[in-house]
Write a protein that binds this ligand. Structure first.
Ligand code: IPD
Ligand code: CA
Ligand code: CA
Length: 279
């Protein structure tokens, strides 16, 4: 897998930081969380804040000119063209309920495109990784999406947080497909789709930190990360203020044919969620 990004300082740093953070989370469990904001119904624990602080401080020490976007801290501007995008715990509700399904997600964007993505699940010890043009791996195993045409028995990752009511595509999808899985971690849904364990995934109330690393891992495994108009989400083309404000709904099938077969379900809802394309 010759690709300069694998041997870059940023990649090595992302790997060691995600693994250190994951171990910290796993060592100390919490039984409570606070609702951050009643309107978004998102939960946060002290561990989310502590781990994000650790990751941000580490980045500032090693890459002081890079920008950083953290779920809990917002956006720190940089001037190097690089932006780190961090979800310190994806699966906070699981973590706060002692359900061992969560992960740390770190991506590096260069000029608005993800070039490095790492996801560490400390409970299973799964380390997912991708660099732009260099393929996707879990540990040493190269990842490839499932290319099986979608059918009612396909296994689909389905994130179930609907802040503004249930959109019509969800009802239609639930009627058509039988085998949904909600692990409580949209990032792991993307990684499991990359691994071919899921045939696809979709989510409604996700944000940039939920998709930046997992989306690259999926695309480097041959899959597609699309908005509800079936358009690519990257490169981002909006002001950074939108990175924290906007939801990024996604649909993530393995093949172009499967994009075509999902398109009719989403057509009616294609304007949902201001994508990160628009100013
Ligand atoms: C959440 C999880 C969940 C998804 C939500 C995300 P968090 O992230 O990925 O599965 O349904 O939309 O916000 O809050 O655990 O980092
Ligand atoms: Ca998340
Ligand atoms: Ca989180």
């Amino acid at each position: 897998m010759p690709n300069d990004l694998w041997s870059s300082h940023r990649y090595a740093f992302a790997e060691s930081t995600a693994k250190t953070a994951g171990r910290q989370i796993q060592e100390q469990t919490e039984r409570s969380g606070q609702v951050k904001d009643i309107s978004t119904r998102e939960l946060v624990t002290q561990m989310d804040r502590r781990v994000e602080k650790f990751i941000i401080q580490s980045i500032l020490d090693d890459f002081p000119c890079d920008g950083i976007l953290g779920e809990e801290s917002g956006h720190i501007k940089g001037d190097s063209g690089y932006l780190w995008v961090i979800d310190p715990i994806d699966g906070t509700t699981n973590y706060a309920n002692h359900i061992p399904i969560y992960c740390v997600s770190i991506a590096v964007l260069k000029d608005n495109i993800p070039i490095i993505g790492v996801v560490y699940d400390p409970n299973r010890g799964d380390y997912f990784r991708a660099v732009c043009g260099g393929g996707a791996y879990c540990g040493k195993t190269r990842l490839n999406v499932s290319e099986v045409p979608l059918s009612p028995s396909s296994v689909l990752g389905f994130s179930s947080r609907f802040i503004q009511g249930i959109p019509s595509h969800v009802t239609k999808l639930i009627e058509h497909f039988d085998e949904y899985r909600n692990l409580g971690s949209a990032v792991l849904h993307l990684c499991y789709t990359a691994q071919g364990w899921f045939d696809g995934a979709f989510a409604h109330s996700t944000r940039l930190w939920d998709i930046a690393a997992g989306g690259l891992i999926l695309e480097e495994a041959g899959g597609y990360l699309r908005d509800f108009s079936m358009e690519p989400i990257f490169p981002l083309r909006c002001p950074p203020a939108n990175y924290t404000a906007n939801y990024v709904p996604f649909v993530a099938p393995g093949t172009l044919d499967n994009i075509q077969s999902l398109n009719p379900f989403f057509k009616q809802d294609s304007s949902i969620g201001p994508a990160l394309h628009n100013p």
